[in-house]
Every structure is written in C-alpha cells, then in structure tokens.
Design a protein around this ligand. Structure first.
Ligand code: SF4
Length: 237
C-alpha cells in the first residue's frame, strides 16, 4: 500500500470539506463505495504475465492515487479506471475528482484497491503542478505510448521513495506461470518499472529479477533485456 506524498497532503483541508458538504455520498449500487479527493498521482495500470523467459503485458488503463474520502474513511487509496475514462477526463496530480468504485475482488491481480468506477467526475482542475521532472506530473500519455517506449526494471525502494508520483512509474501485478504444462498453477507478486527517460537522475535498477520455472529451474532477467526493450529511445527521451 503506498502513501501520499507530504506535498499533496495539504489539499485535504477546506476544499475537500467543501466538496463533501455539497455532495451527498450515497451508494445506490450495493457494492460500490462513493469517493472524493485530490489526485496525488496518475500512473499506468498494466499487468504482467510471466512464463520463464517470456512475458506479456495487459494494458488495463490508469491508476489514480487519491487522498480523500472513500466511503466513510479518510485516507489515501488507489482507484483503477479504464482508458476511455482517462481520455475523457485527462486527470493529473493536483486535480480534485470523485466517483463510485467497487473493492477489487482479487488484490493479487490488481495494483488498484478499487475499480469498476462509475459516476467519475473531475471536480476541479489543479494548478501549479510543474511539467518538469523528475518526477514528471504531466498528463499521462496514451497506453500505446507506454507500450512503444518499453520499460526498465525499477528498484522497489526507489519507486516507494521517489517515483510514486511520476507518470512514468508503474507498479505491476505479476502473474507467473511456473510450468506451462500446468498453466493453472500460478504465483503472484508485484514488480516496479520505469518507462521514463533513461537519463533520469532518480533511477535505480535494483537487483536483477528471477522467474521460477518447472523442475526447480530459474530464469534471471539480465540487464540486456531492459537495454533491448528501450533501445529505440535516446537517453533524454
Ligand atoms: S526513475 Fe522513472 S519513474 Fe522514477 S522519477 Fe525517474 S522517470 Fe520517473
């Protein structure tokens, strides 16, 4: 569970109460919780499936980290939204938003805590967020752009401490098929990645990742895989 940065915490004061006092939080749909708050960050919502040395990405949409109210709780929480919803609202850090979302059914397969969002609304557009990074707080690019850019592994600690607000950071749920003859036997974990400029001064790769295979074999994801994945980009792109 990630936390909001201190800089965004200041937004939870008067304006949040203004939104709440002018909005009746009800739940007409049994499983949905109403939420409202300030957007701390927007990142891509991408799932990774691994099978030894093979990997495949599923581009599910975007992840909003919100500092505000979910149901009757005041806290920081993660809401997954689809590509079309993001294209419509173009959310970015500093905006105020609201909606109604369901708790995620399988937390091992989702970076979000809540999803299936309806009544999504931009309450107010934030000001004063700089587009210059790192971390980059601009409007997140198209999912296709992430796919084309490719990623490098990112140290989990660096992600936690430096990259949670950056539109180029991503914490992916990972599904590992250990034995392709038994595809129903799976393991799950989370991995962090950077889609940002290779020259980013905050970047740290962290340890190489290992993927378990059948009969006790292990695949080590070497550095050349990241280099190959991002070879089309110059250092500052
Ligand atoms: S390392 Fe990557 S995710 Fe982190 S701030 Fe730099 S570009 Fe953003």
């Amino acid at each position: 569970m990630r936390t909001a940065s201190g800089t965004m915490g200041r937004f939870t004061g008067r304006f949040l109460h203004h939104i709440l006092s002018n909005r009746t939080i009800e739940n007409p749909m049994a499983d949905k919780l109403a939420w409202t708050g300030w957007i701390v960050s927007v990142q891509p919502r991408i799932r990774l499936t691994r099978s030894f040395d093979e990997r495949a990405h599923t581009y599910m949409g975007y992840l909003l980290c919100i500092d505000g109210m979910i149901g009757d709780e005041e806290r920081t929480f993660l809401v997954g939204i689809g590509k079309a919803a993001y294209q419509k609202h173009q959310f970015r850090a500093g905006d105020a938003a609201s909606g109604m979302s369901e708790p995620v059914l399988n937390p091992a397969m989702e970076s979000a805590e809540f999803y299936k969002t309806s009544k999504l609304k931009l309450e107010s557009r934030g000001t004063g967020q700089s587009d210059s990074g790192p971390p980059w707080l601009a409007i997140a690019p198209e999912l296709e752009t992430y796919r084309e850019r490719g990623h490098r592994r990112l140290s989990a600690k660096t992600y936690e401490t430096k990259c949670q607000q950056c539109v180029w950071g991503c914490r992916m749920p990972v599904e590992i098929i250990v034995d392709h003859w038994k595809p129903n036997v799976k393991r799950f974990r989370f991995e962090t990645f950077c889609y940002g400029p290779k020259s980013c001064a905050l970047y740290k790769a962290g340890p190489k990742r290992t993927i378990p295979g059948r009969k006790g074999m292990t695949f080590v994801e070497e550095d050349w895989i990241d280099e190959q994945d991002t070879a089309e980009r110059g250092p500052d792109e």
